[in-house]
Design a protein around this ligand. Structure first.
Ligand code: FES
Ligand SMILES: [Fe+2]
Length: 337
């Protein structure tokens, strides 16, 4: 399996209107379009005639028409020329599918499992897209570690002066990594305290699992009383997809869900705008932080890693083996369980 062989999101469904959409997936330029009957298509974003971007064209009926000389292409990449009717061509096309409000793409040749997101009993709050100015591994490091919540985040996590009290545990399989963190919550902003029902001395629970075909995580965030017996009113579930655009930029799709114990819809619909804004700010804080990386070196040899960083090596090994389909040991890792 190579990087383009997994079902990966390239856009939100709402981002694809009547005009074709140019996307870049692991360095490959792809034109995504929706035909008049609603069928989706994804083809290489370079016309085989004279290499104009097909995404600059327009959808006519069931076909994508190149803007330069009007050649047309269907969702399978079969093309024909109006000026030379006997001349037909075929350009590279991709499998494409719409699920969870996202548009997923993969090569025609592969047969991976489609990701299953467990969002049963949760309310969808919003789906956000961010472009992180960092390579894939370094972007995933940021989202797959809680220690930075002491300095970077306001709405969840642990205070820096209590970070040493946080208990961290790991579980891993051949193709997944799970990390569970629990410790005294940081003091949240007033509205969040009210809405979530967090009290002084409460524990914050952060439980996430990452899978590697495609690269995605599920984060569960909730708060309990100090003895863990009573859960507070709101539980967040966030799915993140990490999609390499180039060697130095990574697109992050964040799907935010919540479950509430409040009556009348749990306040989630009413508070949707506020929650989305807060989440947007938190993810922007992560993205902003990544611009200050001293370099783009994805290796971890020589770094002084903390007890929160065990997942970094496990993640790299699985990205290389499961996602990139590479043999060998790109990062010279010594991996234990
Ligand atoms: S470049 Fe596309 S039709 Fe000529
Ligand atoms: Fe973060």
């Amino acid at each position: 399996m190579g990087m383009l062989d997994h079902w990966q999101p390239v856009a939100r469904a709402t981002d694809l209107g009547r005009k074709p959409l140019p996307v870049v997936l692991a360095g490959s330029q792809i034109a995504v379009f929706r035909t008049a009957s609603g069928k989706l298509g994804a083809v290489a974003d370079a016309c085989p005639h004279r290499r104009l971007k097909l995404s600059a064209g327009e959808v006519i009926g069931e076909k994508l028409q190149c803007r330069y000389h009007g050649w047309t292409f269907d969702a399978c990449g079969e093309g024909e020329s109006p000026g030379s009717p006997k001349m037909t061509t075929c350009t590279k096309s991709y499998d494409i599918r719409e699920e969870y409000g996202l548009i997923f793409v993969k090569t025609r040749e592969s047969n991976p499992q489609f990701p299953t997101l467990d969002n049963k009993d949760y309310t969808h709050i919003g789906t956000l897209v961010h472009e992180a100015p960092a390579p894939l591994e370094l972007t995933m490091d940021n989202f797959n570690e809680i220690e930075h919540s002491g300095t970077v985040h306001k709405n969840f996590g642990y205070d820096l002066d209590k970070m040493h009290e946080v208990k961290v545990s790991f579980e891993s399989t051949d193709d997944s990594i799970r990390v569970m963190n629990v410790g005294p919550t940081k003091r949240l902003p007033f509205l969040d305290r009210l809405f979530i029902g967090v009290k002084p001395g409460d524990l914050f629970h952060d439980d996430w699992t990452t899978w590697f075909s495609p690269l995605h995580s599920q984060f569960d965030h909730w708060w309990t009383s100090a003895d863990g017996s009573e859960e507070r009113k709101i539980r967040w579930r966030i799915f993140l997809f990490y999609v390499p655009v180039t060697d130095t930029t990574t697109r992050v799709f964040s799907m935010l869900y919540a479950k509430s114990k409040w009556p009348f819809g749990g306040g989630l619909r009413l508070g949707r705008r506020y929650i989305r804004k807060q989440t947007e700010a938190e993810i922007m804080s992560d993205v902003d932080m990544l611009q200050y990386l001293a370099d783009y070196e994805p290796g971890i040899a020589g770094l002084k890693l903390s007890r929160f960083d065990k997942s970094l090596g496990l993640t790299r090994e699985r990205i290389q083996r499961v996602y990139r389909g590479e043999r060998g040991n790109r990062f010279g890792l010594r991996i234990a369980g």
